[in-house]
Ligand binder design. Sequence first.
Ligand code: AMP
Ligand code: ZN
Length: 113
Amino acid sequence: MNDCIFCKINAGIIPSPKVYEDDEMFIINDIDPKAIKHYLAIPKKHFKYLADMTEEDSKMVGRMLKKIADLAPSLGLEGGYRLCVNQGDDPGQTVPHLHIHVLGGQKMDFPKL
Ligand code: AMP
Ligand code: ZN
């Protein structure tokens, strides 16, 4: 097991209830929410950057986006939602495992996560 927080959550080593899970992704609540609803959609495969994706990885991330859209009403995101993927130092990526922030539950006039 590597030292990655999200790999450890996936393995159950760090507790964090999974809001959704299938064989290639899971969704958790962000521990430090920046909106009333703030989820993290995380692929089970560990990689840091979109630039690291294989063709199959990119299809899997496409399926993740579809799953987020399908689940949105049941996640309290009926009013819409914002997706954000921080990549690298400038936007402040802190966890080196690709994740999609899913924010909503309120009007969002703020630009920063
Ligand atoms: P980023 O800054 O884009 O890498 O986002 C990492 C996110 O992971 C931050 O919003 C953190 O609040 C969140 N986070 C870190 N540790 C945990 C954890 N144990 N459970 C849930 N979310 C976490
Ligand atoms: Zn990982």
